[in-house]
Design a protein around this ligand. Sequence first.
Ligand code: NAD
Ligand code: FES
Length: 291
Amino acid sequence: MYKIVKKETLTTNIYLMDVEAPRVAGSCLPGQFVIVRMDDEGERIPLTICDYDREKGLVTICFQAVGAGTMMMSELKEGDSFHDFVGPLGRPSELVEEDLESLKKKKILFVAGGVGTAPVYPQVKWLHEHGIAADVIVGAKNKDLLILEDMMKAVAGNLYITTDDGSYGRSGMVTQVIKDLVAEGNKYDVCIAIGPMIMMKFVCLLTKELNLPTVVSLNPIMVDGTGMCGACRVTVGDQVKFACVDGPEFDGHLVNFDEAMRRQTLYKTQEGRAVLKLEEGDTHHGGCGNC
Ligand code: NAD
Ligand code: FES
């Protein structure tokens, strides 16, 4: 069992939990995710890792209560436990595997949208701990929905907050801030964008024009996180990939966002899943394709 030692409500329907999971805390890296289950028959819920403390054996998760599973999770209290807390899963961010000296020469821009701010945080923190100050744009619909501002401020080089309605920070979506920063003369070598699919799509359309290589994290399209359900199938360049086993990070300029978003909608119903199976044949699932 994996005990919840701290629970915080960050804003409406968005929660942060520190969970006792020493084995995961001991080996996880930024960019990876865990699968949690509340009981042995419960739904598997994949969640990106927001932070970890190797000494205390704690892993921090941050989630939005949107479906039945996450709504039930939001009812858990400090002292309660998860039945399963499996990980670390997925490939770590490419950044943590790069040569540190060449990484130090790069100007890195993170773009975080809404709840996607949570998986951006461990990457920026990791860079900060290695002497690299990255610029970070955080976008939220309004001031009340902004999360992790103080934590991010402590590790970012420059932090640019923007709200869609202008109630805090700059006004407008994250794409406007990218345009402004580039117009102000900032030159970036790489952009890492994590947030809702629609945000990542529009960030990629813009950074393609700007010739700015961009990495995205496709955690939002995962369902069971095991490579078997077929939910996170995505075309990247000319290849079929599964976000949970091949990702979650991919070259954003190669991701077919329109196809991935159509699949996300179809996958919600049994009829839609049947359509996808028919269209995609053996490539519908990860793994062997027969389960
Ligand atoms: P949101 O809808 O509030 O959007 C956050 C920000 O993204 C906005 O403030 C805006 O700046 C930007 N954005 C949105 N639409 C845009 C567009 N068309 N063009 C340019 N910028 C745009 O975000 P939310 O409600 O917090 O998002 C929840 C989503 O984030 C869920 O779908 C969830 O699955 C996803 N999420 C993603 C990850 C990941 O790893 N990629 C992790 C956690 C959550
Ligand atoms: Fe089910 Fe990836 S989430 S195959």
